[in-house]
Unconditional design. Sequence first.
Length: 196
Amino acid sequence: MPYLLYIHGFNSSDKSEKANVLKSYAEPLGLASYILSPCLSWQPKKAIAQLECLIETHLDEGITLIGSSLGGFYASYLAEKYKIKAILVNPAVQAPQLLTAHLGQQHNPYTGEEYVLTQEQMAELKALVVAQPSASLYWLMVQEGDETLDYRAALDNFQSVARLTQEKGGNHRFVDFENHAKDIFEYANLIPIADS
C-alpha cells in the first residue's frame, strides 16, 4: 500500500490545517496509517534528513509527497532526488530569498519553539534549489489570492507540469483544500480513480 507524506511549511507543524484535512479524510477509509506528517526541524538540512529517512523507509511500497509553502520547496528537491510524484500547494519556490526577510528570532506558534534563523539556514536552502524541474513529477496547486507568496513565481518555475490547479481568489492556506482530498488520494494511489 502506498504512502502520502505531508510536508508542512515555515513555522508550522504536523498539526497544520492541511495535515488534519488529510488525516480526517483518511480515517473513515482505514488509511490513517498511510498518511505521514512529521514535525520537521526548523533547520533545512535536518528537515531534509528527516524526510529522506521516511521516504527511504517507504520507497518500495510507493510514496507521494504533498508540500505546502516551504514544504512545497522541500518536496520539489525530494521529488527530483527520488523521482517520485509531488503535489505542491502554494509552494515557496523562492524560499532562500523569501526567508532572508525573516532572519533573526523566530517563534513557532504551533510548537512553541523559539530559535534564531541565520544565514547558515539560507545557505542550506540554496543547496536545495531545483533549477530544472521534471514536469512529469508534479501537480501544482495555486490560489491567486495568496497573500504571502506571488502565485506567478510558482507558475514561472513550473511552466509545464503533469497537472495544474489554478484558482481565483483564495489565500496562502489554500481555501477549501478539503474539496481536493479525494483527488489527492487518487493521485497518490491510496484509493482507486473513480470512473468519470
